[in-house]
Design a protein around this ligand. Sequence first.
Ligand code: ZN
Length: 263
Amino acid sequence: MNQLSYNSSIGENKIPVAELIVDDVPLAKLLGRDDLIGFDGGISSRPPLEPDPNKTYVLAVCSCGYSECGSVEGRIISPTGAIGETTIFKDFKYASKNPILEFTRENYTSVIRAIEEEFHEFELQRLKKKQEQELLEYAHKKEVVAAYLEALVQLASLPDLVDRTARTMHCEPDEVTALEIARWLVSPMIFEERRELVDEALQDIGEQTSGLGLGLQFSDGELLRWSLRVTTDDTGRKLIIEGYSDDKSAPFINRTVDLSAIL
Ligand SMILES: [Zn+2]
């Protein structure tokens, strides 16, 4: 009776690799394939808890993790014989040696179960980290958008708002409407004025495109994309300033500025 065990390591794809060991010798080496290491959770035809005797399973693959690059395969059968339930590895493919290896069923099952648990646990941790990262990024984005949005609110609250808009937009003060003010707030010409109102920490954030009409798009060093939109309400007396995350169609933050006192 042979003894099955495994070694666990982190492979080139940065995920756990299980290398089957038979009687203290790596299985791939035993089969004359020193160039191969174990398999990872991405290999769908890896040895399962309940092997199908008619299938061939991948037992070891190239260190790059891709079985297409190099692998050794074999049949796994579980007969019940005089010595009780066993599991046999045989009929190897892409191997230069072709032994018959026999383990107790209990030995095989416990090794495969341990490998699967390890793969599963790693995947859970990976997903958890990804979710945490996404939450952090979202919270950060919200903070940044709020700061820029506040800058626009401050600009829209200047006492000489109408005169400034008229000057920049080349019209007479009495022609200034809420829509003109909205355009002025996002116009490329007042880039510096917007910039002066945001915190120093946000100065690196680039206004990616301007002249969108009523919106600004941004990207910062971490490539979080977001945008601000300025529109007016039905009465034409109020500005609506909204912050959008690029992956969502509804604004996640907004402010209203009442212009009825000056228009
Ligand atoms: Zn390879």
